[in-house]
Design a protein around this ligand. Structure first.
Ligand code: FAD
Length: 455
């Protein structure tokens, strides 16, 4: 006998960032009465949300989740496709490396603020959603399925109870902090030794790519071993650059280079081709803060009828451009579980079973990708390896798919992508060894023939 599906009740979603807003849309459409509570003010009149990065890369997983909410086209209208990396060496001309052997594949640079606003607008348009701003969650009660809030401006407090509570309150989640104080909760946070600072390349009026100062359809990267800078295009012709430097130590570090004037001198030596494109470099450097990056892993994500989702459950470093994409996948997984299971408890269990291993897999891959971007991307041996990967993909598309394609251009689970990536590595190493042996054998045969030919 088929068990009865859950009768949608009241759900409290804490945090109206990227994941919380999308989840509100899904659950409202599934019949839940959604209370979406955000600690910041309502950004809809100003049409701007300050966030941790100005733009971000959205790829297949994020697009699939947005499509389900009917938002893919809206988001893609203002997105800029990036088909590969444009690698800028210290000296010489930049060179382009496609992300995939399939030239139609690209990741999309989108404005974080515009994305969050589009999601909030979609949530607000749902009759089943009630939005509350300026209310900060201060704690949750697992037994009563309720959360406490304070309005920091007025000091007013209140409690909201529901049939289901989801903490989508980001990397420094208050809901997760409450879970941390409960029993048998595994938790780790691992801060990266590098921080980041955003800088800008403004639009230009002349040049081959005007209004863009550089090729717009690429993610620009200045790999410098221990550090790097990247730049993503914006629809107005500007680029947002992100400098990834060590917090401490000598050389390219935020401890060693503290002022815009010192940064300018450093840029002349280390990122020389970027300097003429960055007229506000010194001001940007002085004005913009240094951000920190953290990997958070925890288990369980669920206690009673309270669950974590998005960065609250799994903050990851940004080097695979997957944090938001993974958070959107979480939203799909939770909505699907609630539609499939007979009780909220069973649905939450299914959701965390599905997602925790995948979150850990993308956390690992994101960390590794930092090494690939800052160091390996500039090395000829690595570029040759990528060419071999693309060749294998072209020759046997059904049997060999490079890891980048699996992560960014497919929706296979991250755990599967990671395992297949490791198998790919072995295959590529074998091909390179065999080709090297064949080349050696060919040289030996030529030498033999040549020596025989000489009397
Ligand atoms: C520099 C950088 C670059 C990135 N680039 C990419 C990229 O290219 N691609 C990608 O997919 N991901 C990227 N990410 C990751 C991405 O930003 C996150 O994974 C994504 O924002 C997670 O969404 P979220 O809704 O879980 O959290 P958030 O977007 O952080 O939203 C959390 C919301 O909760 C609210 N909140 C917080 N505390 C409380 C509280 N106590 N009570 C009520 N509300 C609260 C916040 O105000 C916020 O609105 C990047 C991250 C960084 C730092």
């Amino acid at each position: 006998m088929q068990s009865k599906p859950i009768q949608p009740g009241r759900v409290l979603v804490i945090g109206a960032g990227l994941a919380g807003s999308l989840l509100a849309v899904y659950l409202a459409r599934a019949g839940w009465k959604v209370e979406l509570v955000e600690r910041r003010g309502d950004p809809r009149a100003r049409r701007h949300i300050a966030g941790r990065s100005i733009n971000l890369a959205i790829s297949a997983r994020g697009l699939k989740a947005l499509r389900r909410a009917g938002l893919e086209e809206t988001i893609l209208e203002d997105a800029i496709r990036m088909g590969g990396r444009m690698v800028h060496p210290v000296a010489g001309t930049p060179h382009f490396h496609a992300y995939s052997s399939d030239p139609t594949r690209a990741i999309n640079s989108v404005s974080r603020s515009a994305l969050n606003l589009a999601l909030l607008d979609a949530a607000a348009a749902e009759p089943n959603v009630t939005l509350h701003f300026d209310e900060r969650c201060t704690g949750v009660d697992f037994a009563r399925t309720e959360a406490a809030f304070i309005n920091d401006a007025t000091g007013a407090t209140r409690t909201i109870s529901a049939d289901l509570v989801v903490g989508t309150d980001g990397a420094y989640s208050a809901v997760r902090a409450a879970l941390q104080r409960s029993e048998r909760f595994d938790y780790s946070q691992d801060f990266l030794g590098h921080g980041y600072k955003e800088l800008s390349i403004p639009p230009v009026t002349a040049g081959p790519h005007a209004p863009f100062a550089m090729e717009p359809n690429a993610l620009h990267i200045w790999p410098r071993g221990e550090s790097m800078m990247i730049a993503l295009p914006n629809p107005d012709g500007s680029f947002t650059c992100t400098l990834f430097w060590r917090h401490d130590g000598e050389g390219s570090s935020f401890a060693a280079i503290r002022t815009g004037a010192d940064a300018l001198a450093h840029f002349h030596a280390v990122y020389p081709d970027a300097v003429p494109l960055m007229p506000t470099l010194t001001e940007d450097f002085d004005r913009n803060p240094v951000g920190t990056m953290v990997t958070v892993r925890c288990n369980p994500w669920v206690r009673g009828r309270i669950a974590l989702l998005g960065d609250a459950a799994h903050a990851i470093v940004p080097f695979y451009g997957q944090g938001a994409n993974a958070s959107f996948e979480d939203c799909e997984a939770l909505a699907d579980a609630l539609a499939a299971e007979p009780s909220v408890e069973a649905a939450l269990e299914r959701y965390q079973r599905d997602r925790i291993a995948n979150a850990n897999a993308i956390a690992d891959m994101a960390k590794y990708n930092f090494i690939e971007m800052r160091d390996l991307a500039g090395r000829p041996a690595f570029q040759r390896r990528k060419k071999v990967e693309h060749m294998l993909h072209r020759l046997a598309p059904g049997r060999f798919t490079p890891l980048y394609d699996l992560v960014s251009f497919s929706t296979v689970p991250y755990t599967e992508a990671k395992a297949r990536g490791a198998a790919n590595d072995r295959a590529v190493r074998t091909v390179i060894r065999v080709v090297a042996s064949l080349a050696l054998a060919a040289v030996a045969i030529v030498i033999l023939l040549a020596t025989k030919a000489i009397p």
